[in-house]
Design a protein. Structure first.
Length: 295
């Protein structure tokens, strides 16, 4: 490694050279560059590189996918993958293949993979806007919006409920004049306290027609490339039975004889009221893990 004293000595020698031989400033700069370059190259080679780490999408630590507006592949849309959780009555969307694979590998008992549902952009291209992502540890779900005012309102009013995760990916605004785009509809369920998004007209109309009591249609949220929407859509999630009354914090794990009983009680009320009795201490979807028969 080149020390400060060595650099000063080099500069002194160059200054002496200039006084006595009238070497131009450009030559001095070139000589200095040639002297420092090997040290700079060595420093770059030895610098640590950033490595990808596991993404815990079920905690408020989960970062959104990293974006770079300078990407050479910015003009190419990427798949947006969708998951459905019958446990949380929620959907999750990501363009991050590593995040998709981590969920499939670690939480397939909670999140059911539904495949790519539309396409978007991992970096911003002309005419697109950011789609912002939030995570709620209380509600066990994500929220997405392309509206800056709505993003700022959520950050300001509900910081204890929604953790802002940054930009998920980039989409077209509803007012776009870009050709070959389709709208993404947004629904809200007061029962599950979650939003649902779909770029499929068939799926949108089916939810409006069959489950309007569970999912309220909120209109189109943004637009995406039409070519990325699958033609054949899987059936939308079963909204489940009618909502039971809130039991409150009336149960402890000791009130159940085994895990099967605890899980049945938990699954009955969790989709509507969350872990109201605090039976799932580590928030992994498995209540009363100390009881006989727990996984």
């Amino acid at each position: 490694m080149l020390h400060v004293a060595s650099v000063l000595a080099i500069l002194g020698d160059f200054y002496f050279m200039r006084l006595h031989t009238r070497v131009g400033s450009a030559a001095i700069a070139f000589l200095l560059l040639m002297t420092l370059a090997p040290a700079a190259a060595t420093a770059l080679e030895s610098a640590p590189t950033e490595s990808f780490h596991d993404v815990d999408v079920l905690s408020d630590q989960a970062p959104a996918a990293t974006m770079s507006v300078e990407s050479a592949a910015a003009a190419e849309p990427v798949s947006v993958y969708r998951f459905w959780s019958p446990v949380y009555q929620a959907h999750f969307f990501t363009t991050d293949v590593a995040e998709r694979d981590a969920i499939n590998a670690r939480w397939s008992n909670i999140w059911t993979y539904e495949g790519p549902r539309y396409t978007a952009f991992s970096t911003q291209v002309a005419g697109t806007i950011p789609l912002y992502r939030f995570w709620s540890a209380q509600l066990n779900g994500h929220f997405y919006t392309a509206d800056v005012s709505e993003r700022d309102a959520v950050i300001a009013r509900w910081p204890d409920t929604w953790s802002y995760e940054g930009v998920a990916y980039y989409v077209y605004p509803n007012t776009t004049s870009a050709p070959d785009t389709v709208p993404v509809a947004r629904f809200w369920s007061s029962a599950s306290q979650h939003h649902f998004y779909t770029a499929s007209v068939t799926e949108r109309d089916g939810v409006i027609r069959n489950w309007s009591a569970t999912w309220s249609y909120e209109g189109d949220n943004f637009r995406v490339p039409a070519a990325g929407v699958p033609v054949d859509q899987p059936p939308v999630p079963n909204p489940g039975p009618s909502q039971p009354g809130n039991p409150g914090d009336t149960k402890n794990c000791s009130d159940f004889r085994n895990y099967t009983e605890a899980k049945a009680w938990f699954d009955t009320y969790y989709p509507y009221y969350g872990d109201i009795a605090k039976l799932d201490g580590n928030n992994d979807g498995i209540p009363c893990e100390s009881l006989p028969g727990a996984p």
